[in-house]
Design a binder for this molecule. Structure first.
Ligand code: RIB
Length: 294
């Protein structure tokens, strides 16, 4: 069984600010760093650091060498990553004094995925293999349809949520990992319990992991439900905390760990990520997650 993550790779331009800049305001930042990120790359690196053999597919632009390097150094198989002319995906991220962020995304090369490229990559995978997706690349609907045809198990993190997701057949998804806002966007509900109930009604065969920020997370599959709290740490930078959770939880599924243990492992890994700067740079290795006391 092989694991493929078809997703974004971004250069994150991260600015430290007192507060998020307001409309019409010019705000001086107190620091700036460039980190490797992108929900796709972050989740691939989280999977690899959790001990999973993972292939990443996606596109980078002319200045994307550093992203390729980070991918390889993070232990991810980068053979399918394609370099194309033009700019890589990038973000402008403000991180405030509480470690909270807001992110402006430029898709760049992430939005240049073609049907030919999808076909070329998926030709290397087969029935029973796992496909992980987020919503920072184009062609998501096509990728889902092709992977489903092949019998791959499709896991979707519908983030960031936008209209492109409306074109996707969510009935083909085996597992959703999403936060409460995304859960609300998928279901039209606002209360946690209603979001979970509605997801079960619309996608009865799908497993769901709903993250609830400071309230932790919930796993749901049919009548089964498990809840997990957070590990409290001083937040330095929340960027990639959700991606770390996603990668680690999926690793626990691959390792056939009990759900409650998988949720705890993912919560601990994401707490460590929150306590550090940057996206891929903040993702801990499995040994650290297992041994740290929080
Ligand atoms: O989830 C965090 C990621 O979202 C950042 O690394 C940034 O690139 C954006 O895609």
């Amino acid at each position: 069984m092989k694991v493929l993550n078809f997703g974004s790779l971004n250069l994150d331009y991260v600015y430290s600010v007192d507060h998020m800049v307001a409309p019409g305001e010019t705000l001086a930042s107190s620091g700036m760093n460039i980190f490797c990120g992108g929900k796709g790359l972050n989740q691939s690196i989280a999977l690899a650091k959790a001990g999973v053999d993972v292939y990443h597919a996606g596109m980078i632009g002319e200045e994307g060498g550093i992203l390729l390097k980070a991918c390889k150094e993070g232990g991810v198989n980068a053979d399918f990553i394609k370099s194309i002319p033009g700019k890589s995906g990038h973000t402008i991220i403000q991180v405030d004094k509480n470690g909270q962020n807001c992110i402006l995304l430029y898709g760049g090369a992430n939005r240049s995925i073609t049907k030919e490229y999808v076909d070329e990559v998926l030709a290397h995978f087969e029935k029973g293999d796992i496909l992980l997706l987020q919503n920072e690349i184009n062609m998501l609907d096509y990728i889902i349809d092709c992977a489903y045809e092949k019998g791959m198990m499709i896991i979707l993190n519908p983030s960031p949520y936008d209209d492109a997701l409306e074109a996707c057949d969510f009935g083909k998804i085996s597992m959703f990992l999403l936060n409460e806002i995304e859960g609300g966007q998928v279901t039209g509900e606002t209360q946690t319990d209603r979001i979970l109930e509605r997801l079960k009604e619309i996608y009865p065969e799908a497993k769901v992991v709903l993250t609830l920020g400071g309230e932790g997370s919930v796993y749901q599959y049919k009548e089964e439900q498990y809840r997990q709290g957070i590990y409290k740490v001083k937040a330095v930078d929340t960027t990639a905390a959700g991606d770390t959770f996603t990668g680690y939880f999926i690793s626990s599924v691959i390792d056939k760990m009990p759900v409650q243990d998988g949720l705890a492992l993912a919560a601990k890994a994401s707490a460590i990520a929150v306590s550090r700067q940057g996206a891929t740079a903040s993702i801990p290795l499995r040994d650290e997650v297992l041994n740290v006391r929080l």
